[in-house]
Write a protein that binds this ligand. Structure first.
Ligand SMILES: Nc1ncnc2c1ncn2[C@@H]1O[C@H](COP(=O)(O)OP(=O)(O)OP(=O)(O)O)[C@@H](O)[C@H]1O
Length: 467
């Protein structure tokens, strides 16, 4: 229940203004969930009526998504508000149950509307608490040259958590299977040790947890929760970049877990030293275990993935069709999955067998993007002309700002407008490492959102390149 409410209120916090959130959502408590019925308590009749009229449908959608079943939401008055007042207790002091006191229990010094303890583990089954996706297993993970090392390390850690490689750090571009692999580890450990306290968390959610703990002065609960896990799976840790309070809290959790020989598995879009805005002491700790890259899948692996995913949808793809799709879509597995969904939807809707012609029709948009044939060479030339530098500077090792920035812009455009992978782009820019390209892509993407002049330049370049 705590997990659900944390997820639901984090989502609502994103959707509402801070005033709306703290006035209407923060005072609510998710009481229980049974047989598709979720009960939420409001502190008084006025709030109950307002929340019901304004937010019931959104909470219903979020709850139905969370439990993957239609859910009916009932709003009730908080039963604890009717309890006789207890003598004052210092907020956060342990009660007889050993749990920090809930300031809403009517004690004289309680802050009205303050939340219950944040990270109370509650009684839900360990599997639910873990947030591990049961579908992402080793069995459904296709292996090839691009990920065989990562998979081997993952299996080793799943067999000996806390012993072999700690932390285990996976890095690679988007949609290449990092998340899948850490869930697979979680699933295996959970099957072997059903009592283990495992937690999968996306780094953005961890940041939100820190913010919430900060706002609610709930760091004791936060620490208690994270430091007492048996295994922490943390995804996309690059989101910690520049967030010093989060990094500090994570550092303590990291030290506590490693000292207790509890396994930590981390993913990132780049290797530790390249994560921007990350504290050096964390980087050196990330490096202290095993760091493994996951590369973009090669052709045969893309074919194998398509065949396996089609099979799991109950559809048989001919090899011709699988090769056709895999040859044209080269960037990552997520893109392949998207293509597969489009093909299946198209063939079902039109009642047609899956042939190459049907695939061409179903993927018309995706393939036309491919066929625009904007080459990296073309991008380098256009950008060099635009900034009045030599094309050769695109490959050179020189780094003055008047050259480095156009080069980064060209790398960004190469990633945006071609199907080349990061290593392929790096190769075409004088044999640079893929992490350098990734850094450039992220930097320019960020500049673009912040700096209208940069956005305008990119717009002009894109229009020129697209003709
Ligand atoms: N080797 C694989 N075998 C089967 N499915 C895969 C494989 N690699 C990735 N996938 C699938 O591709 C999709 C994207 O993978 P995933 O979310 O793990 O990528 P990621 O590397 O974590 O990307 P991001 O950094 O964008 O989060 C998922 O549905 C995943 O199950």
């Amino acid at each position: 229940m705590d997990n659900f409410w944390q997820t639901c209120s984090a989502q609502l916090e994103l959707e509402l203004t801070p005033q709306q959130f703290s006035a209407w959502i923060k005072p609510l408590i998710a009481l229980d969930y049974e047989d598709g019925k979720l009960r939420i308590a409001a502190p008084n009749r006025f709030k109950l009526d307002w929340v019901k009229s304004q937010f019931a449908s959104r909470i219903t959608v979020l709850a139905s998504q969370y439990w993957e079943a239609p859910t009916e939401v009932q709003f009730v008055l908080d039963p604890r508000n009717n309890l006789p007042k207890k003598p004052a207790v210092a907020p956060g002091a342990p009660s007889a149950s050993g749990v920090a006191s809930d300031p809403r229990n009517g004690s004289a010094d309680a802050a009205p509307g303050a939340p219950p303890e944040l990270f109370n583990i509650g009684n839900s089954p360990r599997r639910e608490q873990s947030r591990v996706n049961t579908e992402l297993t080793f069995d459904s993970f296709v292996t090839g040259k691009a990920n065989q090392l990562a998979r081997a390390a993952a299996i080793q850690v799943a067999n000996n958590p806390g012993v072999s490689y700690n932390p285990l750090f996976f890095y690679g571009g988007v949609g290449l299977g990092k998340t899948h692999l850490i869930h697979a580890i979680g699933n295996q450990v959970m099957a072997d040790q059903p009592g283990a306290r495992i937690r999968y968390i996306h780094a953005e959610q961890y940041v939100r947890d820190v913010v919430t703990a900060y706002q609610r002065k709930g760091f004791d609960d936060f620490k208690h929760y994270y430091h007492s896990l048996d295994m922490l799976l943390i995804d996309d840790i690059q989101f910690f970049g520049g967030k010093s309070r989060t990094q500090e809290e994570f550092f303590y959790a990291f030290e506590a877990l490693i000292a207790a020989k509890k396994q930590i598995i981390i993913t990132s879009d780049t290797y530790p030293k390249e994560i921007t805005g990350m504290d050096d002491r964390l980087i050196s700790r990330f490096d202290s275990g095993l760091t493994v890259a996951i590369e973009p899948p090669e052709l045969e692996m893309r074919v194998a993935i398509l065949l396996k995913k089609a099979q799991s949808e109950g559809v048989t793809f001919s090899d011709d069709v699988a090769f056709f799709v895999a040859k044209h879509l080269r960037s990552n597995v997520r893109e392949l999955e998207g293509a597969l969904r489009k093909i299946l939807a198209y063939s079902r809707f039109h009642g047609k067998d899956i042939t190459i012609d049907v695939v061409k029709e179903a993927l018309k948009d995706l393939l036309s993007v491919q066929n625009r044939q904007i080459s990296v060479e073309n991008i380098q030339k256009t950008v060099a002309d635009f900034f009045n530098i030599k094309v050769a500077d695109m490959y050179s090792k020189r780094r003055p700002a008047n050259i480095a920035r156009p080069r980064q812009i060209a790398m960004y455009l190469a990633k945006e407008l071609t199907q080349k992978s990061l290593p392929e782009i790096g190769e075409l820019f004088g044999g640079r490492d893929h992490t350098t390209v990734l850094h450039a892509v992220r930097k320019i993407a960020l500049d673009r959102t912040k700096n209208p002049e940069c956005n305008h330049e990119l717009h002009v370049l894109e229009q020129t390149l697209k003709g």
